[in-house]
Design a protein around this ligand. Structure first.
Ligand code: ADP
Length: 182
């Protein structure tokens, strides 16, 4: 978990490299669907381009399908979901069915000023249509709107690990591994 630009994708990759489990990114799956112009992609594009969330039932559907696949058998890193309490509840139900449980919920903490700088810098390198200042601001608003109750949801189960997400990725990675005991 963490706001846009907080390093979720980058740090997920560092776990993938160290422990052999896979990463599932709803953002990547949606971007793939958009580029392939599938039915899902066509539905999601406008919402993504304006920084709004794709509806829970759509996300829940793609997650359900994805975690049934064989490569998820040994566990996975959820990157970019759940983003709402509704998604968190569905994830719990799906995990229960698979006899799996959540080990850690990692939250990357980065001040907004730095997030905006990072995302604008990324806009120059990658071609993400949602990395414009206006859309970035909306993504941050949407993030704040859903986060509190989601944190509460996991806090009750003592699963949240706060990580200082500032500084260089190597330092963040060290903090991350310390927090999850790897
Ligand atoms: P970021 O965290 O930088 O915003 P993501 O790649 O995780 O990047 O998400 C990009 C966009 O994809 C979001 O703004 C949203 O429109 C959509 N999206 C991704 N994951 C979800 C999700 N779990 N629920 C709803 N929408 C999602």
């Amino acid at each position: 978990m963490g706001p846009p630009g907080s390093g979720k994708g980058t740090q997920s990759q560092s776990i993938v490299d160290k422990v052999s489990i896979i990463q599932i990114s709803t953002g990547d799956m949606l971007r793939k669907a958009v580029s392939e112009e599938t039915e899902l992609g066509v539905k999601a594009k406008g919402l993504m381009d304006s920084g709004e969330l794709v509806p829970d039932e759509v996300i829940n559907g793609i997650i359900e399908e994805r975690i049934r696949e064989k490569d998820c058998e040994n566990g996975f890193i959820a990157d970019g979901f759940p983003r709402t309490n509704e998604q968190a509840k569905t994830l719990d139900e799906l995990l229960e069915r698979e006899k799996k449980q959540i080990d850690h919920v990692v939250f990357f903490d980065v001040p907004e000023k730095e997030l905006i700088m990072r995302l604008l810098a990324r806009a120059e390198k990658e071609n993400r249509t949602d990395d414009t200042l206006e859309v970035i601001k909306n993504r941050l608003i949407v993030f704040r709107k859903n986060t509190e109750s989601l944190i509460e949801y996991y806090q009750k189960r003592n699963l949240i690990r706060y990580i200082d997400g500032t500084g260089n990725p190597e330092d963040v990675k060290e903090r991350l591994f310390r927090a999850i005991g790897e």
